[in-house]
Write a new protein. Structure first.
Length: 202
């Protein structure tokens, strides 16, 4: 496992429209594992240290995930975003702070509700990252996740984040330093926000 790279998995949302207490507990397909476990597994398989950011019912969700996969969860950092209801920015800040405090030099950011972005896509974007740059996966030239930052950039992006924006303002302000990596053949960037999204993805 890399000692320099964290994969921050933003998984604080409640997922009420999908009938779950937390998107991290959502299962896609018969017999599938929870999305939180799936994302942690991807982070580990890509050679990084997962930082799973929970919000809604964080303690109970963490306990459920640890019961499901104790060995896997034992190899990840779990952090609760106390103000998760304020939007994606709160989760992003909590994850970046945890990565910084743990001493990671760079971080990749994933969304737990994009299960079609797996370890192959993550490894592809990480492999193209250059120090001092920001590296972003894109599907059919739609910029999205993963996003890879040096930790200094991640801290600056987190400081600018507000409401449900995450790193958007920082990425816009520093567009000249953003490198896009085409992961169209490796990933499905569908967001699972509604029952229709879930049916379509499954």
């Amino acid at each position: 496992m890399s000692t320099t790279t964290a994969t921050i998995i933003l998984a604080a949302g409640a997922g009420r429209r999908l009938g779950t207490r937390s998107k991290a507990l959502l299962r896609v397909g018969s017999g599938a594992e929870p999305l939180g476990i799936r994302a942690v597994r991807a982070g580990l398989a890509a050679g990084t240290s997962p930082v799973l950011v929970l919000g809604s019912e964080a303690q109970q969700v963490e306990e459920e995930l640890r019961r499901a996969e104790p060995e896997l969860m034992g190899r990840s950092h779990v952090v609760a975003a106390e103000q998760w209801e304020a939007g994606l920015s709160a989760s992003f800040r909590a994850g970046v702070k945890a990565a910084h405090d743990a001493g990671f030099a760079r971080c990749a950011v994933l969304l737990v509700d994009q299960p079609g972005i797996d370890e192959q896509a993550l490894a592809a974007v990480l492999g193209e990252h250059e120090p001092g740059r920001i590296t972003r996966g894109c599907v059919e030239w739609r910029p999205g996740h993963p996003v890879v930052f040096d930790i200094e950039d991640a801290l600056a992006a987190a400081a600018l984040a507000s409401a449900d924006e995450g790193a958007r303002s920082y990425l816009t302000a520093h567009a000249g330093r953003v490198d896009l990596v085409d992961i169209t053949d490796l990933a499905d960037d569908t967001d699972l926000d509604t029952a229709e999204d879930l049916a379509s993805f499954s």
